[in-house]
Design a protein around this ligand. Structure first.
Ligand SMILES: NC(=O)c1ccc[n+]([C@@H]2O[C@H](COP(=O)([O-])OP(=O)(O)OC[C@H]3O[C@@H](n4cnc5c(N)ncnc54)[C@H](OP(=O)(O)O)[C@@H]3O)[C@@H](O)[C@H]2O)c1
Length: 350
């Protein structure tokens, strides 16, 4: 008898926040089987699903860098998966791959749409969705291609205790910059300073935040990494040095719909201070990934770069609840859902 598969499809486009039980619909049915595979394809079962702020944008019916997820379509997402059967010479049953198969337990993956998992020394399997995956690639490529921090420069990172920001700040430190992190709690700020070696960390929820930022940037900001947009971006603009580089990575404060309806009110500073603001999508710099992976893996092995994960256990059903952690700031580092523990999988090569 065919194994049962669970998957989440988009049921309704949210107006603001994701709503568990409404935005997505759980569908159960027979899983695809090895008999269905065509040459080049593989059959996989997921172990880990990456949860990303970008998912909120993917469900909007709007022009973006990827087509919107359609109503009734499996929710898009990156996974670490185990090969159940293969008609592809590059992998065999039991191998572990990364594949963008979405919120589903079992899937058929086309040739070219997966990568065999390689965990370097100092790394762990889940890093393939975090510091050695697109998160790390985003931090490394955006920082080097756009931010270009130099020794002695002041780099300010928003969303600093999150998956991307925590890597950005550490790389900037490794390049010799003075690094200021902005995060949403005192505990996160302590982690940034005491564990990751940031020079300063500021809690943006404090009334004194703008004053604190001014006090921490007496020579102004050379590089600003924007993960959040909104009022924090405004505050950073007001502290920009002449010819500052603003790396526009994301603006999570506006993803659920602007709650206060305000735009950025001090954009004239971009002209006055000749600021270069440049947006990017991690895929733009795919040619840099091998170098990024090599250097990040080296730093991990040497203990020069640290990462944290929040892994929500309990299977795929947890994903629609777990994703809210990103918007409520409950995660420190990378947020993942464990769909199936690798320990439950006999013969998995990890
Ligand atoms: N351009 C690209 O190719 C690319 C690729 C990956 C990610 N991104 C972007 O990078 C950013 C970070 O992504 P991530 O995956 O690393 O997520 P993350 O930072 O691990 O998680 C999101 C964090 O955002 C903060 N946050 C949530 N709402 C906020 C608000 N209203 N104001 C300020 N901070 C808020 C929360 O931390 P606090 O406790 O500090 O509030 C939360 O932990 C996102 O904007 C994402 O879209 C872009």
């Amino acid at each position: 008898m065919a194994r049962e598969n669970k998957k989440f499809v988009l049921a309704q486009r949210p107006k603001t926040d994701f709503v568990p039980g409404e935005t997505f619909k759980l569908e159960k049915g027979p899983a695809p089987t090895a008999d269905e595979l065509k040459d080049g394809q593989i059959l996989v079962e997921s172990l880990y699903l990456s949860l990303d702020p970008a998912m909120r944008g993917w469900v909007n019916d709007a022009r973006s860098y990827l087509p919107p997820v359609q109503i009734g379509e499996v929710m898009r997402g990156g996974t670490i998966s185990r090969v159940l059967a293969s008609k592809n010479p590059d992998v065999k049953e039991g191998d572990i791959v990364t594949a963008f198969i979405g919120w589903t337990e079992v899937a058929v993956v086309e040739k070219g749409n997966f990568a065999k998992a390689e965990v370097p020394e100092g790394g762990q399997l889940t890093d393939l969705l975090g510091v050695l995956g697109l998160t790390g690639m985003t931090a490394y490529t955006g920082l080097h291609r756009i931010g270009k921090p130099k020794a002695g420069e002041t780099v300010v990172v928003s969303g600093a205790a999150g998956a991307t920001g925590s890597v950005v700040g550490q790389i900037a430190k490794l390049r010799g910059s003075r690094v200021i992190g902005i995060a949403g709690s005192d505990d996160k700020c302590e982690w940034l300073i005491n564990e990751l070696g940031f020079d300063v960390a500021l809690n943006y929820k404090k009334d004194s935040f703008k004053k604190d930022l001014a006090a921490a940037t007496p020579d102004y900001i050379d590089v600003y990494w924007d993960n959040v947009g909104g009022e924090i971006l405004e505050a950073a603009l007001s502290r920009a040095k002449k010819n500052a580089r603003f790396v526009m990575c994301g603006s999570i404060s506006g993803y659920n719909g602007s709650k206060d309806g305000k735009g950025i009110r001090n954009l004239s500073i971009v002209v006055a201070q000749r600021i270069r603001m440049e947006g990017f999508i991690v895929f733009d710099f795919a040619e840099d990934y091998p170098l990024a992976r090599k250097e990040i893996a080296g730093w991990l092995a040497e203990g020069k770069l640290k990462r944290k994960e929040m892994i929500v256990k309990g299977g795929l059903e947890k994903a629609e609840y777990a994703i809210k952690n990103l918007f409520e700031g409950n995660n420190t580092g990378k947020l993942l859902v464990e769909i199936k523990s690798p320990n439950e999988v006999r013969g998995a090569k990890l």
